[in-house]
Design a protein around this ligand. Structure first.
Ligand code: SF4
Length: 277
């Protein structure tokens, strides 16, 4: 038997995680693990961070010069590759439209023409103009005035604006305002489900709260943690045919332990895990 929040009889090391499935969720309720002590989960999450960091280091996110550029990029990157966003931002910059007051003053057609590379360009232009209108009409176009509130209030306000969903709101809170809110994306769910730490159907908000409950509240850590997850997802953890043999998380990954070796047999379990100091 395992009590909620108590220790597993198999211990709390990532080796134990590899062989354990997350507990069966209540009917219809995707979940995160709750069978480890908070302190142990913090060690596991920090160990994962250090393994990613050892491979990729500081990712220096967000790739933008100003907070306005972060906001514009966060809205444009929805459902599209970053390379497309770079083209659209380049066109906005060329036409002197890389600011919220300029976007507010420009016609919808002008903004649409600039953001064509980001697909769904009419909707994206509408979202940009809605955000710009909000900041201009309520804060005189000054993002810093908008950001002068705590993270939870800011996030709530952002979610009230047309076109701003949870991931975009958290991108803005963390990368534009520099306040603590952990960003969840499809890579986060896939990787942490494969690691054996969360249910693959876990919802955005439960997963965000889980990270924030178990990680130190540290903006720089949240910043680079999400950026490193993105790097793992981009380089190794594809939806199909993940590159587990070269992934730095393989020694602590339940999915990697189930991958057949070249002879078709299951791989030998990895050497005992050692937490990074
Ligand atoms: S070891 Fe494989 S499944 Fe696990 S995170 Fe890395 S690429 Fe994804």
């Amino acid at each position: 038997m395992r009590e909620k929040g108590g220790r597993s009889s198999r211990g709390n090391t990532p080796e134990a995680l590899r062989g354990m499935h997350t507990e069966a969720p209540e009917a219809g309720v995707p979940h995160v693990r709750n069978d480890m002590r908070d302190a142990d989960l913090r060690l596991v999450l920090m160990d994962i961070y250090h393994r990613m960091y050892a491979r990729f280091g500081d990712r220096h996110w967000w790739p933008a010069k100003t907070a306005e550029e972060v906001v514009i990029g966060a809205i444009l990157v929805q459902s599209v590759a970053w390379s497309n966003v770079v083209k659209a931002i380049g066109q906005l910059r060329e036409r002197g439209l890389l600011s919220l007051p300029a976007i507010h003053a420009a016609s919808a057609e002008t903004i649409e023409a600039c953001v064509v590379p980001t697909r769904y360009y009419r909707v994206k232009a509408k979202k940009l103009k809605a955000f710009a209108a909000h900041v201009c009409e309520r804060y005189g176009g000054d993002l810093e005035r908008m950001f002068d509130q705590d993270a939870a209030s800011l996030r709530s306000e952002l979610l009230s604006i047309y076109g701003i969903g949870p991931e975009t709101a958290d991108d803005i809170v963390l990368y534009a305002a520099g306040k603590p809110s952990f960003v969840i994306d499809a890579y986060t769910k896939r990787i942490f489900a494969r690691l054996g730490l969360v249910d693959e159907h876990v919802g955005y908000e439960p997963l965000r709260q889980w990270f924030m409950r178990h990680l130190p509240e540290d903006v720089a850590l949240y910043n680079n943690y999400h950026a490193l997850i993105d790097a793992i997802g981009h380089h190794y953890c594809a939806a199909r045919r993940p590159q587990c043999r070269v992934c730095p998380l393989a020694p602590v990954c339940r999915h990697a332990a189930t991958m057949p070796d070249e002879s078709g047999a299951e791989e030998t379990p990895p050497a005992p895990h050692r937490f990074h100091q």
